[in-house]
Design a binder for this molecule. Structure first.
Ligand code: FES
Ligand code: FES
Length: 213
């Protein structure tokens, strides 16, 4: 008996329908397999202890955490600023064991056992560090975003000069470097101020050094 048209199916149509249902079944079985697979291993962590502004901190951090993120996100010391996060602006400058560094370019785990000073550790609104007072007196900022990095850097710059470390513009490498406008500008060149407060920043640093820079 002949079937009505709506029940008739060609051999080619039957094969195509079969292939489609096999593909759908295999796709759904790979989704189920992926869903039942355990999640990727969590990132490795490391325990560390460092001293920040005179207080010891014990942390366990993802080993990829930068020192900047450890300070801001884990210790909630938001005075240190994230500008470029690429080592190009100096907004994240902190002092580690007496040397200034860009905290966005270094991993927290590399500073286990070290002594870190941030802008919060230099002074307080009631008892400011001499460099903070000089920045206020000389109007060494406008928006203030770069200022914590500028001040930490400036404190370290004067220590570098006092320690006799020459810079690219030191004329006589056999003599102790002195604080000059050129020395300050050269040594502070890694700290960008988008407001352009440079003349007042240099004046503030010169003031603390006791010279007319
Ligand atoms: Fe670190 Fe810009 S945020 S150098
Ligand atoms: Fe605004 Fe320096 S004071 S970026």
């Amino acid at each position: 008996m002949a079937l009505p048209d709506e029940f008739s199916i060609s051999r080619r149509g039957l094969l195509a329908a079969g292939a489609a249902s096999v593909a759908a079944a295999s796709a759904s079985s790979s989704v189920a397999e992926a869903q039942s697979r355990p999640l990727a291993d969590p990132p490795p962590t490391a325990k560390l202890r460092f001293d920040v502004n005179g207080t010891a901190h014990d942390l366990e951090l993802d080993t990829r955490t930068t020192l900047l993120d450890a300070l801001r996100e884990h210790l909630h010391l938001s005075g240190t600023k994230k500008g470029c996060d690429h080592g190009q602006c100096g907004a994240c400058t902190v002092i580690v064991d007496g040397r200034r560094i860009n905290s966005c370019l270094t991993l927290a785990v590399m500073h286990d056992g070290e002594k870190i000073t941030t802008i919060e550790g230099l002074g307080t609104p009631d008892k400011m560090h001499a460099m903070q007072e000089a920045f206020v007196a000389h109007d060494g900022f406008q928006c203030g975003y770069c200022t914590p990095g500028q001040i930490c850097s400036a404190v370290a710059v004067l220590d570098e000069i006092k320690a006799g470390i020459p810079s690219h513009v030191t004329a006589d490498l056999t003599a102790a470097p002195t604080v000059t406008n050129m020395e300050i500008r050269e040594r502070m060149s890694g700290n960008i101020c988008r407001c352009g407060a440079y003349p007042n920043i240099v004046a503030a640093i010169g003031d603390v050094a006791g010279v007319k820079a």
